[in-house]
Design a binder for this molecule. Sequence first.
Ligand code: BGC
Length: 352
Amino acid sequence: VRAVTVIPGKQGSVALSQMPEPPSEDGRILVQTQVVGICGTDQEIINGDYGEAPPPGDRLIIGHEALGRVAEAPPGTGFAAGDLVVGIVRRPDPVPCPACAAGDWDMCLNGRYTERGIAGRHGYASERYRIHPEYLVAVDPGLGTLGVLLEPVTVIAKAWEHVEKIGRRSTWAPRTVLVTGAGPIGLLAALMSVQRGYDTYVLDLVTEGRKPEMVRWLGGTYVHTGDLSEAAAAADIVIECTGHVQMLLEAARHHVRHRIVCLTGVSAAGAESMVDPGLLNRNMVLNNNVLFGSVNANRRHYELAAAALSQADHDWLAGLITRRVPLSQWADAYSRKPDDIKTVLTFSGETA
Ligand code: BGC
């Protein structure tokens, strides 16, 4: 099969490679890949900062956001040829730890989990892959290729679930949400915020173009980074989707009671902070604030995400996909353009 691969840790090693047919140990279901989404994690893997190849080879097939069509599914698996599907990214650790044993592999306690296309397992940017049915999720056929957005929505579905669980620690009446970052994760966080009926503000660096339009189309308010302070002053919930923690530390300067701040973006270590830790501590304690991080998703979050996608305006979702690049021009898909929101790589089997 043709697949996009890297030698993890080696910058410049990304290539379209001929790889062996997916082995039967990978699962009883054979999936034909249709569309693969590209995200910041793929860029980090390509840059050699992240990723791990499965033994015994040195190459890793990347791709963890993928919509496929079932090619072969034995009876009793719950799937049939022709079904539109998305593969789950993470696999539980082999011990398993108490969290993985309960299906909460997104909260793995020993860090020995694996992730398809990222850590220790081949991904989905391959013409075909095999998978066990318990790691496969059916996608609403009405979504068509928009189903490629399911995996990024799962990350946000988990973030929202955890915000709400933390919120139940006492009586709470949140009204205003601030999302930092109008990339795909930020816009999907805003979608789920609007679906919950919150007054939604989305902050980004740009002053014009598709991102502010997408926020307004949702019924949210677009805020330029320069006006962060004002938007942050009111937000009961902050979903941070950029990795630029400075922005949310700014938010922590304001007094909002019972504020919950969720970090979903990943940043590099070594940033200089202008924040006064004393002020941060004081405001968090005196206002019962919570700051927490969230990564990955378990099967329940895939189900929540599938429901959120089905309920969304499909034209709005289509607006998130700003470039579709055929596999033959794969390298172009991995080079960032200024107006990109979500770029996807299309495989020959792509449906309309
Ligand atoms: C993926 C997550 C994954 C994380 C860390 C993200 O891009 O969406 O599923 O857990 O990277 O590897």
